[in-house]
Write a new protein. Structure first.
Lengths: 163, 252
């Protein structure tokens, strides 16, 4: 089962914001994210007949977007290390929520990537599993571990009792 | 809210909102990418040098700089420029060419080999602008029109190339064809109107013919794009043609 240009356009229009947020998180900056998303969809449009129907079309395009994003970050050299938060990521993240930004920075790369794909890219567990080449159970466990670590970074509510 | 809900709420708020989607831009990029692949298959050219510091591309006979749109018209007066007699560029322009190698991806440096020279002067938005050209070590060249835009055909692999740049008064289209026989450029709009633009041939080591054309506001309307440009010899033979797409949706 291949995809058609209309399928790609429908996906783009329906989920552009999710792709943009996910790429922004990966790049650590909004600057360049639009370019990456546009390039990814252009490639998807060109190669849509190569989609074999294994997994979702959205996940297939995400694989393209990840490659484009990593190349953009590495100045043309794609590398395997995904999910690393580059130094530049601290600025935009820190401004809005310094505590959360620092907690994200402390996460191991794989957990951080899964958080990004789930909360910024809005991917399903199966799409994340396919992208990261892990099973859905591992996705769930990784997300759970990541949430615990992130929550530990937030101060606990104090309990005051009077005597 | 429990902890997970608080976390999700904070994560969702961490990033700004994007600008709107631009599907037309995706289609344009796909088309340019297809042209690049077709050209590479036909010519078997080596990978082009993409200067990293400006967002432009030189692909399959079409080089694009996506900036704004539309202005008054101008063309080069037909001439043959002797490269070694052409005036050399000022230090600031030489630095501009030299900086193309800075930050370039591995294997992508243009490697400009000798000082840039002015192959012709034109008037853009009422100001004098030089078309600077500098040869590369691989036998190609880089070019820069005033402070508007620059591009490279490092390996001399693009039979015809163009760039478009926004100006304070609209836009300018300029480029080259790798032929000493190109006499003029025929610019044919989608509406059918045709514009003739003289070309200037530059001698060895450049050995290419150049054109510059300001696009009048009246010609920038949507119905006129895409545009076909053809390099034509003095006896009317078409040497090469390519298509210029609209950078943004032109004014109607």
């Amino acid at each position: 089962m291949t995809a058609t240009p209309s399928d790609i356009e429908r996906l783009y229009r329906g989920r552009y914001a999710s792709y943009w947020r996910g790429v922004t998180a990966l790049l650590g900056s909004a600057e360049g994210a639009q370019d990456v998303v546009q390039e990814a969809f252009a490639q998807a449009l060109r190669d849509c007949r190569q989609f074999e129907g294994r997994g979702s079309l959205g996940g297939w395009v995400w694989a393209i977007a990840l490659r484009v994003a990593l190349k953009a970050r590495r100045n043309g050299e794609a590398e395997e290390a995904v999910g690393e938060l580059p130094e530049a990521a601290e600025a935009p993240f820190s401004e809005r929520d310094p505590l959360l930004a620092e907690a994200l920075r402390q996460l191991p790369p794989r957990r951080r990537l899964v958080i990004f794909l789930r909360y910024f890219a809005d991917l399903s567990y199966s799409e994340i599993a396919s992208l990261c080449d892990i099973d859905e159970g591992t996705v769930a466990a990784t997300l759970s571990q990541a949430r615990v670590e992130l929550l530990e970074a937030f101060p606990k509510e104090g309990v005051t009792s009077g005597r | 809210m429990d902890g997970s809900q608080i976390l999700e709420h904070r994560l969702r708020r961490l990033l700004p909102s994007p600008d709107g989607p631009d599907w037309d831009d995706v289609v344009r990029r796909e088309m340019l990418g297809r042209e690049a692949l077709t050209s590479e298959n036909k010519i078997g050219s080596r990978r082009r040098a993409w200067p990293a510091r400006r967002r432009f591309a030189l692909v399959a006979g079409a080089a694009i700089l996506s900036l704004a749109v539309a202005v008054p018209a101008f063309g080069l007066s037909q001439a043959v420029t002797n490269w070694f007699g052409a005036p050399t560029a000022p230090a600031s322009t030489q630095e501009s060419f030299a900086s193309l190698d800075v930050g370039a991806a591995p294997g992508m440096s243009p490697n400009v080999s000798s000082p840039a020279r002015s192959v012709t002067q034109t008037s853009i938005a009422g100001q004098v602008a030089n078309l600077w050209v500098a040869p590369t070590q691989s036998g190609g060249f880089c070019m820069e029109l005033g402070s508007y835009a620059m591009g490279c055909d490092r390996d001399r692999s693009l039979p015809m190339a163009w760039l478009r740049a926004g100006t304070s008064a609209g836009s300018v289209l300029f480029g080259d064809v790798l032929s000493s026989q190109a006499d003029h450029l025929e610019l044919r709009y989608a509406s059918g109107d045709k514009i003739i633009v003289p070309m200037t041939h530059v001698s060895e080591p450049i050995d290419a013919s150049f054109f510059v054309y300001e696009v009048p506001t009246s010609e920038a309307k949507a119905a006129n794009w895409p545009v076909t440009i053809s390099a034509v010899s003095s006896n009317g033979t078409t040497i090469d043609s390519t298509i210029v797409v609209a950078a943004r949706t032109p004014s109607p």
